[in-house]
Design a protein around this ligand. Structure first.
Ligand code: FES
Length: 197
């Protein structure tokens, strides 16, 4: 999954707007507990920069009075923090048990073919990065994938191909279940809780 061909930037600064947001996050916590704002600040930095360079973690450590290594520990524990560059659309296909039983192999293959990449790579146009991840907590809508902040659920290989092709051509595919159901509700008739309590 690791791409070693990238450069760490020499500097990072929060934009004025994000600096204000960062201060608001820090102010939520009592004096002496500012390090509780570590994750929101890392998230802000990642959203601003597109991924999370080491220098941004250092800036966050400095703002919160933490040793840099403590911030690295947080950032490396959570896969939601991208320690290396990702494409404009960060595709994370769940391959954990429910999604695997429901055909996540087909989803991975469809994304690989549509984006012309292997897992862990970014397409030549810089638009699509594919990762395989473990349970994203939408097992009742398996198989599914997350693209940036959105979930695409109840997928077939054809759905995944269409979604990637849409993204590569600048369209905005519909998010959520792709088979017509609402959320995690049954596709047809109710199958439980059908009688009086
Ligand atoms: S196993 Fe894929 S969302 Fe849980």
């Amino acid at each position: 999954m690791s791409n070693m061909n990238f450069q760490q930037p020499d500097s990072f600064e929060f934009s004025p707007e994000n600096l204000e947001l960062a201060k608001k996050h820090i102010a939520k916590y009592p004096e002496g507990k500012q390090q509780s704002a570590c994750m929101p600040l890392l998230d802000l930095a990642q959203r601003q920069y597109g991924w999370l360079p080491t220098i941004a973690m250092d800036v966050v450590a400095d703002m919160l009075g933490m040793a840099p290594v403590r911030v690295y520990e947080v950032a490396t524990f959570y896969t939601m923090f991208n320690k290396e560059p990702v494409g404009k659309h960060h595709v994370q296909v769940c391959t954990n048990i429910s999604c695997w039983l429901r055909g996540s192999d087909d989803i991975v293959t469809a994304v690989q073919q549509a984006a012309e990449i292997n897992t862990g790579e970014t397409s030549a146009d810089g638009l699509i990065t594919l990762w395989e991840v473990e349970c994203l907590g939408a097992c009742s809508n398996a198989p599914m994938m997350q693209i940036n902040d959105d979930y695409f659920e109840d997928l077939t290989g054809e759905d995944a191909t269409r979604i990637i092709n849409d993204l590569r051509s600048g369209k905005e595919p519909a998010t959520g279940p792709q088979n017509g159901r609402t959320g995690a509700a049954p596709l047809g008739e109710l199958t439980s809780l059908t009688g009086d309590a």
